[in-house]
Design a protein around this ligand. Structure first.
Ligand SMILES: C=CC1=C(C)c2cc3[nH]c(cc4nc(cc5[nH]c(cc1n2)c(C)c5CCC(=O)O)C(CCC(=O)O)=C4C)c(C)c3C=C
Ligand SMILES: [Fe+2]
Ligand SMILES: [Fe+2]
Length: 365
């Protein structure tokens, strides 16, 4: 009995195999309180997500939040649920399939592409095990967050490191930290806005709504806020928008503490009250539509803006399955994989020679 797993017998001269693991946040398996409870328990128990000391947070989480929030959140999830299940899960799965296809078309047919959720299923652990079984000796982890936050990106890396603690024969491992200014990502966002405007006309304001984080994390050195502003600035430049037409705000506040400001819904209401007639809202920090975009923005915020006197509310969908986004994702992966892809693979003859030399050396030793 050993604390580290047995690896397949080591063979000399075996060609490396590369795998990409796309990771998104996580989502419940059904829009019900029963399915929400374990998902929220796992998510909100993560010290990267809620940084309050455990002895203070535990009674609040178990005594209040997990008793009340599952039913409320389930009703919201029910309003966006599809035949394919949770939108976040459906989009992430399709993105992985498309990415694999795009790489295959570019000649990388041996590449393994899997997807996982940080909370819930399929877990990072399950998918790393599948990649190990598929013979991956090089793994690129891609948290699907263009802007780095400790509460999203870092926790994915924590979990990967935790899973690898049990491996005897570690893979080469790399991860994409963030890509807030990646030109192909900015271009995909700009294309999506231009297409929307071609169909619907230009609004008075373009609102870029990012998921919020506690203000304290910014004060403690989390670069998330800066990275959101960077994406917003570059998108504004790509669209040649006058600065007064572009508004950045933060949504999905959780708990009582102050979060990054300005908050999206009050911003939209104040704009409507100040006479701004039309807005388009886009969420560049989410690469897949999910509860936070489809329900909070396209339902709750739409209603709030129109109720406050706004005339026209447009929602520009996330990048989802757009070709230009999958190409951007591919560009991000290729850059991070570096020589993993460009290194010429040894031909069969070379591999056989290497194996023979290794056998001979072994026999002499
Ligand atoms: C895009 C980046 C995200 C950051 C940053 C982020 C921080 C963050 N979130 C919570 C609490 C909740 N978020 C919830 C849903 C949710 N959050 C993100 C992304 C980020 N979160 C996504 C993609 C989703 C949608 C999941 C889906 O299934 O569609 C939820 C659950 C829903 C609910 O009950 O409201 C909570 C809770 C905190 C506390 C936090 C930073 C500290
Ligand atoms: Fe969140
Ligand atoms: Fe900043």
């Amino acid at each position: 009995m050993t604390r580290f797993w047995q690896a397949p017998a080591h063979t000399h001269g075996k060609a490396p195999r590369t795998g990409i693991l796309l990771v998104n946040l996580g989502t419940p398996t059904a829009p019900t309180a029963a399915a929400l409870r374990p998902y929220l328990r796992q998510f909100l128990s993560d010290p990267r997500v809620v940084e309050i000391p455990r002895f203070v947070w535990w009674p609040i989480l178990h005594g209040i939040i997990l008793r009340t929030r599952p039913a409320k959140s389930a009703a919201k999830y029910a309003s966006v649920w599809t035949d394919e299940g949770s939108p976040l899960k459906a989009h992430t799965e399709k993105q992985a399939k498309l990415l694999k296809g795009f790489f295959a078309n570019a000649g990388e047919r041996d590449l393994v592409v899997e997807w996982a959720m940080r909370y819930g299923q399929p877990s990072i652990r399950t998918q790393l095990d599948a990649m190990r079984a598929a013979g991956c000796t090089r793994i690129l982890v891609v948290p699907l967050y263009p802007q780095y936050a400790a509460s999203t990106t870092a926790t994915v890396i924590d979990e990967v490191a935790d899973c690898l603690r049990h491996w005897r024969n570690l893979p080469e491992i790399r991860y994409v930290r963030s890509f807030p200014g990646e030109p192909t990502y900015i271009q995909a966002l700009a294309n999506s806005v231009r297409e929307h405007w071609k169909r619907n006309g230009e609004p008075d304001r373009l609102v870029l709504s990012f998921h919020g984080t506690p203000k304290r994390s910014l004060e403690l050195g989390d670069p998330y806020h800066c990275e959101c502003l960077k994406t917003a600035r570059l998108l504004g430049e790509a669209l040649a928008l006058p600065p007064e037409k572009l508004v950045v705000s933060f949504q999905s506040r959780f708990g009582k503490a102050e979060w990054l400001q300005p908050y999206t819904q009050p911003t939209l209401e104040a704009m409507a009250q100040a006479g701004v007639g039309s807005v388009d809202v886009m969420c560049p920090g989410f690469v897949s539509d999910c509860l936070e975009t489809l329900e909070e923005i396209n339902m709750e915020c739409r209603e709030a803006f129109l109720h406050a006197g706004g005339k026209r509310f447009g929602y520009i969908p996330c990048l989802n399955e757009r070709d230009d986004w999958i190409e951007a994702l591919m560009a991000v992966c290729v850059r991070e994989m570096g020589h993993w892809l460009t290194e010429p693979q040894p031909d069969a003859g070379t591999l056989e020679r290497q194996a023979r030399l290794a056998r001979d050396r072994g026999a002499k030793a």
